[in-house]
Design a protein around this ligand. Structure first.
Ligand SMILES: NC(=O)c1ccc[n+]([C@@H]2O[C@H](COP(=O)([O-])OP(=O)(O)OC[C@H]3O[C@@H](n4cnc5c(N)ncnc54)[C@H](O)[C@@H]3O)[C@@H](O)[C@H]2O)c1
Ligand SMILES: [Zn+2]
Ligand SMILES: [Zn+2]
Length: 347
């Protein structure tokens, strides 16, 4: 089979590999129907995730058809259409029992990170019973792919950790796929204002279609802080979500947070930040951060089924798997290509 593989820093190749097989009784093998590329995959390619071994198949999102199951798999059978979670979980260990699947003692984020992932014709899924989801009939395939990672991440690490509540003011720094997923799921809780902040005017414009009440370009951070304070009668925001992953975007969140507010850090940070405890302590601020557990996926499936959420709105491009290298080029130059989320089709 063909598999998009990391072959060293700034290098990727489509390699011919042996089709995966069931190795443990709890495994399933899935034939991919659709996959996608995540911002995190670009971090891997750039060498920011050094634990990824050379030759590994990348990708932690997708849908497919079950090709083979181990004798210990009870919930899925050959031929079932499934949604693959970006998080693998046994459902039995200390952390799984707490719903903290991100920290499963025999899983967590391993797909396309420590074991071969979903940008390939077939993928082996450990602990299939807990790491796959049945797909409701008639649901849009592109929408389903958005539920592998970006929607649970925006909801769990942004909206729920940030405790968005009716009438509150929210700022989301970063209008990439994750920021947009946070924008769409924040609206489950009826905030009064959602201010999107980015450097890319095209993405800011798109965010208005998805429910942003205001947009701010943060090219000049001081000016951005002033604009956000003006938009909130000088109070600052109740919830600031950081969905980029750089010190300066965390700084911005610290500048705009209102007393009693919550800063929810979603971005993957590669370097340390200045945490201004000297000004924040007296403001009664909570700061949260974390890796997605995907415990909200069943709930998100229900909201999509009910038409309350339309995740495929975030899809801007389609590529056949044969053209995955071109898809990477488009995604790497997202601003020039007006790209948000792109789908890799295998059929
Ligand atoms: N915590 C988790 O479990 C988890 C899961 C998935 C992804 N992530 C992380 O979430 C972050 C966002 O992911 P994405 O796929 O949306 O990434 P992305 O790169 O597509 O989007 C980031 C956005 O930030 C904007 N940006 C860059 N610098 C900025 C600045 N100084 N000020 C304002 N905006 C700026 C970019 O224009 C872009 O629109 C990444 O760090 C990713 O690794 C975290
Ligand atoms: Zn991802
Ligand atoms: Zn576990």
């Amino acid at each position: 089979m063909k598999a998009l593989s990391f072959t060293g820093v700034d290098k990727k190749e489509v390699l011919d590999k042996k089709k995966p097989e069931v190795e443990k009784s709890t495994d399933a093998v899935v034939k991919l129907v659709k996959s996608t590329i995540c911002g995190t995959d670009l971090h891997i390619m750039a060498g920011h995730v050094p634990e990824v071994p050379d030759g590994l198949t990348i990708g932690h999102e997708g849908i497919g058809i079950v090709e083979e199951v181990g004798s210990g798999v009870a919930n899925f059978k050959v031929g079932d259409k499934v949604l693959i979670s970006c998080i693998t979980s046994c459902g039995k260990c200390h952390y799984c029992k707490k719903g903290l699947y991100a920290h499963c003692e025999d899983g967590g984020w391993i797909l396309g990170h420590l074991i071969d992932g979903t940008q390939a014709e077939y993928v082996r899924i450990p602990h299939a019973d807990n790491s796959l989801h049945h797909v409701p009939k008639g649901m849009n395939d592109d929408s389903l792919v958005m539920l592998s990672d970006i929607f649970p991440t925006g909801l769990e690490i942004g909206v729920l950790s940030g405790q968005v509540e009716p009438g509150c003011t929210v700022a989301i720094v970063g209008a990439g796929p994750i920021g947009m997923a946070a924008l769409l799921t924040a609206q489950f809780y009826s905030p009064g204002k959602i201010i999107m902040v980015d450097l890319d005017d095209n993405r800011l414009e798109m965010s208005k279609q998805f429910g942003a009440t205001d947009t701010v370009n943060s090219k000049n951070p001081e000016d951005a802080v002033k604009q956000i304070l003006d938009l909130t009668d000088g109070l600052g925001v109740d919830v600031a979500m950081e969905a980029v992953g750089y010190p300066k975007t965390f700084d911005l969140c610290q500048e705009i947070i209102s007393p009693g507010g919550r800063i929810a850090v979603i971005g993957v940070h590669g370097e340390s930040v200045d945490f201004h405890l000297e000004t924040l302590w007296i403001k009664n601020i909570n700061v949260s951060t974390g890796l997605v557990s995907t415990y909200t996926t069943p709930m998100l499936l229900k909201t999509v089924e009910a038409g309350k959420l339309v995740p495929n709105e975030l899809v801007t491009h389609h590529f056949h798997f044969d053209d995955i290298l071109e898809a990477y080029k488009t995604f790497e130059n997202a601003a020039d290509n007006k790209a948000l989320k792109l789908i890799i089709d295998f059929e």
